[in-house]
Design a binder for this molecule. Structure first.
Ligand SMILES: *C/C=C(C)/C=C/C=C(C)/C=C/C1=C(C)CCCC1(C)C
Length: 239
């Protein structure tokens, strides 16, 4: 019996963490194949954007493959792989904002500000989850400040301004991506509150009956694949 068969046999019907790791691996793989294959059919101007969507979902597919295996072996959260995945993919999502606004004059300084904010958001989140969970409130708050900075840039700041002057196709894509950042990304702090609840003032989150990894897995599928599809549809609309 090969490894997959053995593992699949061990997933209980109520093991939603294993289930979502498994289906997440497949969904990210399928999305990556799709975006990579479509690069060749994309007009030159949008090729890099669609390629980056492929790279984001490909990186996630590889990490999901490892996280699925890690959880099967140890039955604990693969926090390290999770954050390595995010550290690579979230800055690439910032690159997507840069690429769509470049034609209206998007500067690399804006890209670096966004990347820096995303790294601060993730490193502080990792610290609160894995290194100093006793201070999860402090680290989570710092992370949230960096998160709100990104929301601000996309909805009201320079990203918004550039997207508006880039024309209606880019502007509406930026609004769609903005909803992912505002609503889709807001799912992650919920996972964090569940995962770090023990001994905190928000200890009640541990009793919700939802597991942190399930929340993160659902959020990743929505955000990584959805984000990529918005970029893809922009590439078909705007010449
Ligand atoms: C593909 C992965 C994505 C889009 C990951 C996004 C992650 C976040 C927006 C995480 C945010 C967090 C907070 C705002 C506070 C608590 C700690 C985090 C890191 C879960």
């Amino acid at each position: 019996m090969d490894h997959l068969t053995l593992m699949a046999g061990k997933i209980l019907p109520t093991d939603y963490v294993s289930f979502t790791f498994f289906i997440g691996t497949m969904a990210m793989m399928a999305a990556a194949v799709f975006f990579f294959m479509e690069v060749g059919n994309t007009s030159k101007e949008w090729r890099t954007s669609v390629l980056v969507s492929g790279i984001i979902t490909f990186i996630a597919a590889v990490h999901y493959y490892y996280m699925r295996g890690y959880f099967a072996d140890y039955h604990e959260s693969p926090t390290f792989f999770r954050y390595v995945d995010w550290l690579l993919t979230v800055p690439l999502m910032c690159v997507e904002f840069y690429l769509i606004t470049k034609k209206a004059g998007g500067k690399s300084s804006l890209l670096w500000k966004m990347i820096l904010a995303s790294v601060v958001m993730l490193v502080t989140g990792y610290w609160g989850e894995a290194v100093a969970p006793a201070n999860a409130t402090l680290w989570g708050t710092l992370s949230a400040i960096a998160y709100f900075y990104i929301v601000y840039e996309v909805w009201l700041g320079d990203v918004k301004k550039l997207a508006t002057s880039a024309g209606s196709a880019v502007a509406s894509a930026n609004t769609a991506l903005g909803w992912f950042v505002l609503v889709g990304w807001a799912i992650y702090p919920l996972g964090y509150l569940i995962g770090t609840a023990k001994g905190q003032w928000y200890a009640g989150f541990a009793d919700l009956g939802i597991q942190m990894d399930v929340v993160y897995n659902i959020a990743d599928a929505i955000n990584k694949i959805g984000f990529g599809l918005v970029i893809y549809s922009l590439s078909r609309k705007a010449a």
